[in-house]
Write a protein that binds this ligand. Structure first.
Ligand SMILES: Cc1cc2nc3c(=O)[nH]c(=O)nc-3n(C[C@H](O)[C@H](O)[C@H](O)COP(=O)(O)OP(=O)(O)OC[C@H]3O[C@@H](n4cnc5c(N)ncnc54)[C@H](O)[C@@H]3O)c2cc1C
Length: 316
């Protein structure tokens, strides 16, 4: 009998396992893939956002600001890299300028370190901003990590404190019993008092195993990137965001902790949760969009290769 079974060994399941392993609890982590951090955690922008952007009044807005503060301590504990490289959100015309001011006010209200800077100062700090940039919101608390290294380190630490990790164990059924659950994978049945659903884009399917309600449905979104070779220099030292839109944070330019540059993502709603193939249209869109925020540099000289990832939205 386990006290807790966590389903899914992405960054959420991995970090929850690490925290729970510090208590006197018998914990199992079940993962369908053959390794941890294989899904959304393996391919995203890897930014520790400052908390300036989530909608005011939401739990996400509150937790993002608090979470940002915790990363130094967490990465020190797990012995993984974390860099507070900072970020600019850039405006490219007067209409965007007024939206930038709203974003600045929002950041100030929730205590996120931020300031508005004019083009001259922005260019002095990031010379490769596009000629169209008129103003920037400076967000120095923004950081970057390696999400899969964080997850691997968290799960290793948890195992050292007694976690039982089961790879290649896809949860296919959950039965409610009297005071506990039977969690079934093709290889075993796990009895547990508590289940934590950390199955990422599949968490609606796990939810449906214990509830007849159908309102919890995940619509997957795919995001695609260019990953530039380290030889492509210089581009930027900070993360560069355009103004956010209804599609999300937009096409970003993100330095990685391994010294590459990520350019992307797009954000396409797809029907297949396994639909991770790259598409020429999406990559053309990424190229077109990024030209608004940073100066063109020759793609003939880069050694870009394509990275794939998928995202989640909650359609109620
Ligand atoms: C394009 C893109 C860019 C992003 N950029 C950022 C960013 O810059 N900063 C940021 O904070 N966030 C970002 N995100 C969001 C971030 O990637 C996710 O919030 C995070 O990775 C989710 O982690 P997770 O552990 O919940 O899910 P996942 O990493 O998807 O892990 C879920 C795990 O559950 C397993 N699983 C699923 N079903 C089962 C089952 N039946 N049985 C057993 N195991 C199962 C899966 O195999 C997987 O390993 C981005 C997302 C995308 C797609």
């Amino acid at each position: 009998m386990y006290d807790v079974v966590i389903i899914g060994a992405g960054i959420n399941g991995g970090l929850l396992a690490q925290r729970l392993s510090k208590f006197d609890l018998k914990v199992a982590l079940l993962e369908k893939d053959n390794d941890v951090a294989n899904e959304a955690t393996a391919a995203n922008s890897a930014i520790i956002h400052s908390g300036h952007d989530p909608k005011t009044g939401t739990l996400k807005a509150k937790l993002n600001v608090r979470g940002n503060e915790l990363w130094e301590g967490l990465c020190e504990e797990l012995k993984v890299d974390f860099i507070r490289n900072g970020a600019f959100v850039v405006a490219v015309n007067d209409e965007e300028r007024s939206k930038l001011k709203e974003l600045y006010d929002q950041a100030q209200e929730r205590g996120v370190p931020s300031r508005l800077i004019n083009r001259e100062e922005a260019i002095a700090l990031e010379p490769n901003l596009s000629d169209a940039v008129v103003e920037a919101l400076d967000l120095p608390s923004t950081g970057i990590v390696s999400p899969w290294e964080v997850t691997i380190a968290a799960v290793e630490d948890a195992i050292n404190h007694g976690l039982h990790l089961f790879l290649n164990h896809k949860v296919v059924n959950i039965d409610r019993k009297d005071g506990y659950f039977d969690v079934t994978t093709p290889k075993a049945v796990f009895q547990t008092k508590v289940i934590i659903n950390a199955a990422g884009v599949y968490s609606d399917e796990i939810y449906a195993m214990v509830s007849k309600q159908t309102h919890y449905k995940i619509t997957p979104r795919r995001g695609e990137y260019y990953v530039l070779d380290r030889a492509v220099k210089p581009v930027v030292s900070r993360t560069i965001y355009p103004l956010p839109s209804e599609k999300g944070k937009g096409v970003l330019v993100v330095p990685t902790i391994h010294d590459n540059i990520l350019i992307g993502p797009n954000s396409d709603i797809i029907s297949d949760k396994e639909g991770k193939d790259n598409t020429a249209d999406a990559l053309a869109y990424v190229k077109e969009q990024v030209a608004k925020t940073v100066k063109k540099y020759s793609y003939a000289h880069d050694h870009s290769y394509l990275c794939r990832t998928s995202s989640i939205t909650f359609g109620l």
